[in-house]
Every structure is written in structure tokens, then in C-alpha cells.
Design a protein around this ligand. Structure first.
Ligand SMILES: C[S@@+](CC[C@H](N)C(=O)[O-])C[C@H]1O[C@@H](n2cnc3c(N)ncnc32)[C@H](O)[C@@H]1O
Length: 248
């Protein structure tokens, strides 16, 4: 689809593919205890790999970073080489829906803003299978922070992600899928703005000039401008939650 071309052109120019911040990747990692000296880590839906690189900096682990869009993996690979992590970060072009790993091999599975692509519950099930006993699963998932949503916002989420839930319902799901929840916290608004919406606005401005007479491109950018507007207006109602879990 042609609109995907502009979506990818937009996203390849961003530092990351969703809200997040190295500070909070480090905070979440800090909850993991008694790790092996060189844990085997899987990063699902790694994108441009901001969190993958941070995981390499704060652990001595080997990281398999999967995504189904090769240009994101190329960006990550280049940065990994620049930082001397090319032996410890292995990129793999594979859909998370078709992961071919053996059962019970990972010490840690990490996924920021991506596990929902396989359905959050299904993602929890699949990660449980390939995690070692007592292995850790750390994810960010979009959640409702308030439930009395204004009509327009309800419509937005019904269209974008009808499976969105509040924190309590996600915790119940996590516990029912064979995990103990070690901790959870909400990403602050700065994690949405600094590394995500602020660079996105700049990139949209540049690309709008480049594609000033291209209807499909402009429509793609308009969708993201709408998303930013929704966030600015309703950010008290939803957010990204870090869930830090351990397989039972
Ligand atoms: C919201 S971005 C998050 C990227 C990164 N984790 C971050 O926080 O910056 C979601 C990522 O999931 C990837 N993705 C989407 N569907 C996928 C699938 N079926 N298998 C693997 N990766 C997928 C996208 O290419 C994108 O890089």
C-alpha cells in the first residue's frame, strides 16, 4: 500500500517508534533480580532499537531483536556497530506472530509498545512458552488511566485499539497467564513528547513540504497530526504502562 511508504518514511526519521525513554527502560530493568551474568534477551518489535541499545548498555546480555520491517533493523544494526555491540545485538527479520524459537530459552523478554500487535493476551501466552522458568517479561502496553472517556476519545480507541483496558484488568490478565507482577508504572508525559511526538511533529513539517502535492502522503501525515492532537487534549485518560513480570 502506497500510504505505508510514507508511514515508513516518517518513522525511519524518528528516534523511536512509540513513547518511551532510556531512563524508564533502565528503571524497569532495575526490578530484575538474580540474573545470569550474560542473560539471553529477546526484544520483540524492536523498531529503530532505542531500548535495544540501552539494554545492551545496562546488561552484559546477548539480545535478539526482532521486527518485521528491515529498514528499522538496518538502523539498529548500524547503531549497534557504532557502539561496539554488533556481537551482542542480533537483528532478525521475523514477525512476532511467527517466532520460531524453542520453548524456555530466554532469560528476559522485552517489548516496548509492540506486543499488542499479537494481541496482548496472546503475546503473554507466547512469551510464557519461550521464557525460562522464573524468566522475566517486561512490556509497555497502552492502558486507560481513567474510564469515563469523552465520546470522541471512546470512538478513537474503538477504531484504533478496541482491546485497550485499564491497569487493573491488565494485571488480572497477567496473573491469569502465568506471571507474577513484580511492579508497574506509568510512563510520564515527557516520554510521549521528547522522543516521539516532538520529533514526529518536526518530521511531519519537513515531509509535508516535500510531498506538498501528494494527497496520499498528506493524508498519512494528517492521521498522525490527529493522533498528536488527541494526545495533547486527552493525555490524562490514557498512557503507556510498564509491566514487569516474572514467569511463575
Ligand atoms: C510502536 S513501534 C515500537 C518500536 C520500539 N519497541 C520502540 O518502543 O521504539 C512497534 C514496532 O513493532 C513492529 N511490528 C509491527 N508488527 C510486527 C510483527 N507482526 N512482527 C514484528 N514486529 C512488528 C513495527 O515494525 C514497529 O517497529
Amino acid at each position: 500500500m502506497e500510504d505505508m511508504q510514507y508511514f515508513y518514511e516518517l518513522f525511519c526519521g524518528l528516534p523511536r517508534g512509540g513513547p518511551g525513554d532510556n531512563k524508564f527502560t533502565r528503571k524497569a530493568f532495575g526490578y530484575l533480580k538474580n540474573l545470569p551474568a550474560e542473560p539471553l534477551i529477546l526484544d520483540i518489535g524492536c523498531g529503530q532499537g532505542m531500548q535495544t541499545l540501552e539494554l545492551a548498555r545496562i546488561s552484559k546480555g546477548k539480545i535478539i531483536a526482532i521486527d518485521n520491517y528491515q529498514p528499522f533493523l538496518d538502523i539498529l544494526k548500524k547503531k549497534a556497530i557504532e557502539e561496539g555491540f554488533d556481537k551482542r545485538i542480533i537483528t532478525k527479520n521475523q514477525s512476532m506472530l511467527e517466532m520460531d524459537f524453542s520453548n524456555e530459552i530466554f532469560d528476559i523478554i522485552w517489548s516496548e509498545g509492540a506486543l499488542y500487535f499479537m494481541g496482548f493476551q496472546n503475546g503473554l501466552k507466547r512469551c510464557n512458552q519461550i521464557l525460562k522458568n522464573k524468566g522475566y517479561l517486561v512490556v509497555t502496553e497502552i492502558v486507560l488511566l481513567l474510564t469515563n472517556l469523552p465520546k470522541l476519545l471512546k470512538k478513537f480507541w474503538n477504531e484504533e485499539y478496541p482491546d485497550i483496558k485499564d491497569i487493573k484488568s491488565n494485571i488480572t490478565l497477567i496473573q491469569n497467564e502465568g506471571f507474577n507482577l513484580l511492579s508497574h508504572f506509568t510512563l510520564p508525559k515527557s516520554s510521549w513528547i521528547d522522543n516521539y511526538y516532538s520529533p514526529m511533529e518536526k518530521r511531519i513539517y519537513e515531509l509535508t513540504k516535500k510531498y506538498y502535492d501528494n494527497k496520499i502522503a498528506l493524508q498519512t501525515f494528517k492521521e498522525y497530526k490527529k493522533e498528536i492532537k488527541i494526545y495533547n487534549k486527552y493525555s490524562d485518560y490514557f498512557g503507556y504502562e510498564f509491566f514487569i513480570m516474572q514467569k511463575k
